[in-house]
Design a protein around this ligand. Sequence first.
Ligand SMILES: [Zn+2]
Length: 235
Amino acid sequence: MKEQIDNLVKLQKIETESSAIKSILTNVAQRLDSLCSRLSEFEQTTEDEELRLDELNKSYRLYKSDVEMNSSRLKKSQERLGSIKTNKEYLLLLKAIEDIKTINSQIEDQMLECLEQMDDIERVLADRANEYEKLSEQINKEKQTIAQETEENSKRLVELDNEWKTFSSKIDPQLLKIYIMVRDKAGGIAVAPVKDAVCYVCNMNIPSQIYNDLQRCDSLKFCPSCQRIIYWKDT
Ligand SMILES: [Zn+2]
């Protein structure tokens, strides 16, 4: 009986390790997804900045062509000043010239502001290009680690499967059936060690009669509280 129980304990250990590995493998896709979305979020923000830069460039060009148009109007008006006959006309033209100058100086202020904003964005974009390089390098490393871990875990899973087959073949088929039934009912853990008359899975006391029988290791015993197969673990 002792040997059979030892094999059940071994089986239990194999299954616990297997299910831990399986849950890691299930999470791999999620881990990879989250890495990819970190990168694409970064790319999106960079694209937004680039769009803003484009817009500012367009505005700047529009302002520039306005200023050029106004400057040629200004030149023509100034040339006309010499040929004007009346004082009234002269004053009107002078006023028009001043107005054009004022408008141009306002537009030039806006152009300056545009340039400043463009400078800021270009600096931000240069920083982001550096960050992007670092981030993608880091993400590539993480992806490699994940790929390596996945390979190792998959190998280990095959080993564990083989171990399970080896140990389960040594167990009496009837006992194995009981083990599987208890395991499926008890949420994956079928075998519980008992130390100092306490079941180490559910933490309940084992009655002294069962505990005494248990120490003889000659028959299958169950925890009266959690119904798991119990075995005596001497300290
Ligand atoms: Zn128990």
